[in-house]
Design a protein around this ligand. Structure first.
Ligand SMILES: Nc1ncnc2c1ncn2[C@@H]1O[C@H](COP(=O)(O)OP(=O)(O)OP(=O)(O)O)[C@@H](O)[C@H]1O
Ligand SMILES: [Mg+2]
Length: 367
């Protein structure tokens, strides 16, 4: 079991339940609506925690997710049923982020987590053994090492499976009994672990990776799928990037400098135009580069820009601080994407009157 030893101030990346401990405690304390068994708060309070809002006593809950309320309501309602939740979407649409906050709000912990890879073994989903004890004692309860799934079943909490579709199909199928029978047999000990109320599972999958087709239909039937969309409008995306950049900057303790909203808007505009294959006025068609240009990448371009500006620049975020980062996100394929980028630079960026500094900065790094 992991123990949290460092003081919170020293952690590079606190868990959601640590970062937002106060909000979670306040919400739970003021929440009078019915709670499903083992839940730390009502479904209504969970949605409020995710989307933000103001409580009766004036406490402000910050928004974590920006997007359609209905999607979050469906996700939270699903977790109160016997079906598991699958969050699906293109990269950078906050699947991991939402699953972390959901489990923090519902179960008080987001750390019961399996990271799916092509090498994830069945033991990671079921249980393993402490081999020293297994050799010394034989198969005993003390030698058994529970998986996060088993721990969640025993304690009635949410377990998260990241990148479910990267896990080999036969290993994924270990989840079928867990999700349909809510039990995990341990034949070596002649026992089974039955899930207690409150147990459920949130899986995330990336529909660009290998496709959700890799999810066996038997397993798929056990899930309700919620597709997380790309931010609907430029306003939404600017708001997401601005808020996350602010939070990241604070937790990385970057020297405080104003993150000019104009520069953030420009990064978002470039990303959205290249992603959608048309300029924002709809007049010019563009080729899209091979990368995904996700919101998550826009966030890191701006964060890197802030670090550049703070340590090597003039103390305000300017075009030359973001140009290299944008180029890095766009040029995933050095040949094909370079053509796409150069066309965009010459046909669109160059023509915009108030973008001349940005054009020059981009030219400089494009070479
Ligand atoms: N709609 C949104 N609301 C709030 N934050 C968002 C939104 N979209 C993206 N983000 C931010 O983008 C970052 C990346 O999100 P996250 O890692 O959860 O993406 P993901 O969908 O899991 O991507 P991947 O498929 O690459 O794993 C997070 O910091 C998150 O705050
Ligand atoms: Mg993810």
């Amino acid at each position: 079991m992991t123990e949290i030893v460092a003081g919170q101030a020293e952690l590079l990346r606190p868990h959601a339940e640590q970062d937002y401990a106060e909000e979670l405690a306040t919400l739970a304390a003021q929440d009078t609506r019915p709670r499903p068994p083992s839940w730390k708060m009502s479904p209504w309070a969970v949605v409020t925690y995710l989307l933000g809002g103001e409580l009766e006593d004036g406490t402000v809950i910050t928004p974590k997710y920006v997007g359609p309320r209905r999607l979050m309501e469906v996700a939270v309602a699903t977790l109160a049923t016997d079906r598991a939740l699958l969050l699906l979407g293109v990269p950078g649409t906050a699947k991991t982020w939402v699953s972390e906050h959901l489990s923090a709000a519902i179960s008080g912990t987001s750390t019961l987590l399996i990271q799916g890879t092509s090498g994830t073994p069945e033991e990671a989903i079921r249980y393993g053994w402490n081999y020293a004890r297994l050799l010394a004692e034989g198969p005993t309860a003390g030698a058994l090492v529970p998986s996060p799934v088993m721990t969640a079943m025993e304690s009635g909490r949410i377990v998260r499976v990241e990148e479910l579709t990267r896990i080999p199909a036969d290993v994924q199928d270990a989840l079928i009994t867990v999700l349909s029978e809510k039990t995990l047999p341990v034949p070596e000990l002649g026992i089974e672990i039955q899930a207690t109320k409150g147990f459920n599972l949130i899986a995330t999958a990336n529909d660009r990776d290998r496709g959700v087709n890799d999810l066996s239909s038997a397993l798929r039937r056990r899930f309700n799928t919620v597709v997380l969309p790309l931010p609907a409008s430029e306003e939404d995306e600017v708001a997401i990037v601005t808020r996350r950049v602010e939070q990241l900057g604070a937790s990385l303790e970057l020297p405080k400098i104003p993150a000019t909203v104009d520069e953030i808007r420009r990064v978002v505009t470039v990303f959205r135009e290249l992603r959608s294959g048309a300029t924002s006025d709809g007049r010019t068609k563009l080729k899209s580069p091979s990368g995904t240009l996700s919101t998550a990448e826009a966030i890191s371009v701006v964060t890197n820009g802030l670090a550049l500006a703070a340590h090597f620049g003039n103390g305000t975020l300017g075009p030359s601080d973001v140009a290299a980062g944008i180029l890095g996100s766009v040029l995933k394929d050095p040949v094909a994407d370079k053509v796409v980028w150069t066309e965009y630079l010459e046909a669109v960026v160059r023509e915009r009157e108030d973008w001349s500094d940005f054009y020059r900065a981009c030219r400089e790094v494009t070479g």
